[in-house]
Design a protein around this ligand. Structure first.
Ligand code: GLV
Ligand code: GLV
Length: 322
């Protein structure tokens, strides 16, 4: 079963490869997620499954698939929608799509950061709706990157790519925190390893780039926000679950921090009546960090190649070590 495989040339190459492998396949041919019941029905007896991050792949799906299932390929770099323990227990190999989306995610993170710090969404709304009375000295003032300290929470490929793009904005200093120092990655951007408390205290811009795991669940909470400067900007393009949203709402509405830009929330979609939508200093995007044509195409091709390699019993181009 192949869910949400969107790009026709990948689809065609996959078809021809599958044809030569003499494999039967079924495609969920829609941009909307496959309904759960449909997935549970169609996965029965499959050897391989290609999914996207809207599908929770847990014991229920794996049981529905049955013992034939050998390969799971997710078209995402994140894997918090997969029950890794259940996959490992069943000896199912897992492919994912790191690296091909790093540029797109880093680019979007910069766009979101600037939109938040320079209040672009508020500004365009004012311009359109008559708020633009005249040029005013303090109107719509925000915060600039020049001479700032940028903190990265979870330094991986994406964090490094964000820092590389921010350097030309004359950032003064990069700092980061992670479960342990990552000297090789940090050297590329001359970032200093600090504690979580120091990261909160020093950062003018704090970008969350970590994976969602039991350890990072809700880690951006009251404790973190209360140590941040009231002029600082919080950006999250990783997973919504890393943030305690009630604490973030509190921090934004009381002026504890200056603004937040979120590409990810809990739940997704965030209900339109959610309190965070009432805040001018919160910019919310609908999980679009990797959404460029080039990148989604590359993710789709990599996910298909991971699946095929797995079915052939070969090493996958990008395999998750369980
Ligand atoms: C997107 O969020 C991904 O995990 O690829
Ligand atoms: C801004 O437009 C300026 O002239 O300072």
């Amino acid at each position: 079963t192949i869910t949400n495989l969107l790009w026709i040339h990948t689809f065609l190459s996959l078809c021809s490869s599958l044809f030569f492998l003499r494999v039967q396949f079924e495609l969920w041919d829609s941009d909307d997620p496959i309904p759960r019941q449909e997935l549970l029905k169609k996965v029965k007896g499959c050897d391989g499954l290609l999914c996207v991050l809207t599908e929770k792949i847990d014991a229920e799906v794996l049981n529905a698939a049955g013992p034939n299932l050998k390969v799971l390929s997710t078209m995402s770099v994140g894997f918090d929608h997969l029950s890794l323990g259940e996959l490992k227990k069943r000896g199912i190999r897992v492919g994912y799509t790191p690296e091909v989306l790093t540029d797109a995610v880093a680019e979007l993170t910069i766009a979101l950061l600037l939109a938040t710090s320079r209040r672009l969404i508020e500004a365009t709304h004012e311009a359109k709706t008559g708020g633009w009375g005249t040029w005013r000295t303090l109107w719509l003032c925000g915060y600039e990157l020049a001479d700032s300290t940028v903190g990265i929470f979870g330094l991986g490929r994406i964090g490094v790519a964000i820092a590389e793009r921010l350097k030309p904005f004359k950032v003064k200093k990069f700092i980061y925190t992670d479960v342990a120092p990552r000297p090789e990655l940090a050297a590329a951007i001359q970032a200093e390893y600090v504690s979580m408390d120091e990261l909160a205290r020093q950062s003018d811009f704090l970008a969350v780039c970590c994976a969602l795991t039991p350890e990072t669940q809700g880690i951006c909470n009251k404790n973190l926000f209360s140590k941040m400067k009231n002029t600082s900007i919080f950006i999250n393009t990783s997973r919504g679950g890393v943030v305690n949203q009630e604490d973030l709402y509190e921090a934004l509405s009381t002026g504890q921090i200056a603004g937040a830009g979120l590409d990810v929330t809990v739940p997704e979609p965030l209900p339109t009546n959610h309190p965070l939508f009432t805040l001018k200093n919160c910019v919310i995007l609908p999980h679009i960090a990797s959404a460029s044509y080039t990148t989604r195409n590359a993710m789709s091709a990599l996910a298909a190649n991971n699946l095929l390699a797995g079915l052939r019993g070969e090493p996958m181009p990008k395999e998750l070590q369980l």
